[in-house]
Design a binder for this molecule. Structure first.
Ligand code: F3S
Length: 407
């Protein structure tokens, strides 16, 4: 490719040039051209193979008829994934459509999107692809779900830019990403520091701490000092919330992130802007937003882990209570299968809990079904429910959900 006045575009191998020039058809050409264009904008020097692509923007509520029409064109044009690919959940599937009856057009549109993605080669619909196929340190990904990108970069030590859904789809088709942004070591360094003086007590407060970090950081990579997590679910809640209010793809956490080790030898941390978060900050964030008269409780944004579902089942069993209002758990198909094998699904459903697998309750028109106020322990859900589902929320940790939503 030509170099114009010092500008060095992405280098392409002969095979990549053939794709770029349309020798494998218009779908591959389009995918390659988009990835190269973004690579040029990001200052990438070449393309690199990816081990796993993860696509977002699967919900009919997100992409609508225009997105569906583009997917139809790509699929009929031969779009198939050339690498291991997973995708975010949609709003409903064949098993949940009678419960979440969003209307014939919505449901048939959503089902068609899922069918097209399955036809292209999606292995699973989940927003926790790191439970489905755990990323290895150093491997290259093209992931588009913010909580997943943050987990991959910050916890597993893998490398992914925070892609848009469409870009991840094109990267899944050509099996490559551009070597720029968070793929390169020199860009994986902190730009702002947070000293966490607060002591979060539960996943609600870990999530609220994440919302604050995300909002203040914007696109900058934070370094987090002073936070301790009791369990995996706390980290997940913190990162998912930070990725909702912020635009970063990585957070370096002292004592947790592989790449936070020895960071002081590489970066002058003291020269960075430093923000303290105290207990009073965690309690202040949601006060004006919360609703009172709860219609339903939503657990599983991001998709619930085995750990949290089992914890809920244990609490309900110990108290001998039954759901007095709708209580929904959203989880991934493989987590659901494990829970079903061990009898946890039966325990919960016999107590009136609804467990949905492979769908998302947040990016869904819940207001069209008459829901107005949703209780949730998830700060990410709280961030999106008013914007995307048209409902208000109230924070409730699991013990409070058991206390208030069961009798
Ligand atoms: Fe997953 Fe939906 Fe939350 S895709 S992260 S449950 S908004």
């Amino acid at each position: 490719m030509l170099s114009i006045s010092g500008y060095v575009p992405v280098y392409l191998t002969r095979d990549e040039e053939r794709i770029y020039n349309g020798e494998l058809g218009w779908v591959f050409e389009k995918a390659m051209r988009v990835v190269v264009k973004i690579g040029n904008i990001m200052g990438a020097d070449r393309l690199v193979p990816i081990d796993h692509a993860h696509i977002s923007g699967v919900g009919y509520a997100n992409i609508g008829e225009a997105g569906l029409s583009l997917l139809r064109d790509l699929y009929s044009g031969g779009a198939r994934f050339s690498v291991y690919t997973t995708a975010n959940p949609g709003s409903v599937d064949e098993y949940s459509a009678s419960y979440f009856s969003y209307g014939d057009r919505f449901i048939s549109g959503q089902k068609e999107i899922l069918e097209i993605f399955r036809g292209m080669g999606v292995r699973a619909f989940t927003c926790t692809p790191y439970y489905y196929r755990e990323p290895r340190a150093g491997e290259i990904l093209a992931w588009a779900e913010s909580n997943a990108v943050l987990m991959a970069n910050s916890i597993y030590g893998a490398r992914s830019n925070r892609e848009s859904g469409l870009l991840a789809l094109f990267e899944a088709i050509i099996g490559r990403t551009y070597r720029g942004g968070l793929i390169r070591s020199e860009n994986r360094v902190p730009q702002i520091v947070f000293r966490i003086e607060a002591r979060p007590r539960n996943i609600v407060e870990y999530g609220v701490a994440g919302l604050i970090v995300g909002e203040i950081s914007g696109d900058r990579i934070p370094y987090i000092d002073g936070i301790s997590f009791k369990r995996h679910e706390d980290i997940k809640a913190f990162l998912a919330a930070a990725g909702s209010s912020g635009g970063m793809g990585m957070i370096l956490i002292e004592g947790v992130s592989l790449e936070a080790r020895g960071i002081g030898g590489r970066i002058d941390i003291k020269s960075l802007e430093t923000i303290s978060i105290e207990d009073k900050d965690l309690r202040r964030v949601s006060e004006d937003l919360e609703c009172g008269d709860v219609d339903a409780a939503l657990i599983g944004c991001p998709h619930a882990s085995q750990e949290i579902v089992e914890e809920l089942a244990r609490m309900i069993s110990e108290r001998g209570v039954r759901a007095s209002k709708p209580v929904w758990i959203f989880t991934s198909p493989h987590v659901y299968e494990d829970l079903a094998r061990r009898g946890v699904v039966d325990t919960l459903t016999s107590k009136g809990v609804k467990i949905f697998t492979g769908i998302c309750g947040v990016i869904s028109p819940l207001n069209s079904l008459g829901y107005r106020c949703i209780a949730t322990p998830s700060a990410k859900a709280a961030f999106y429910l008013p914007k995307l589902a048209g409902v208000r929320f109230i924070y409730m940790d699991l013990p409070e959900i058991v206390e208030k939503m069961f009798k």
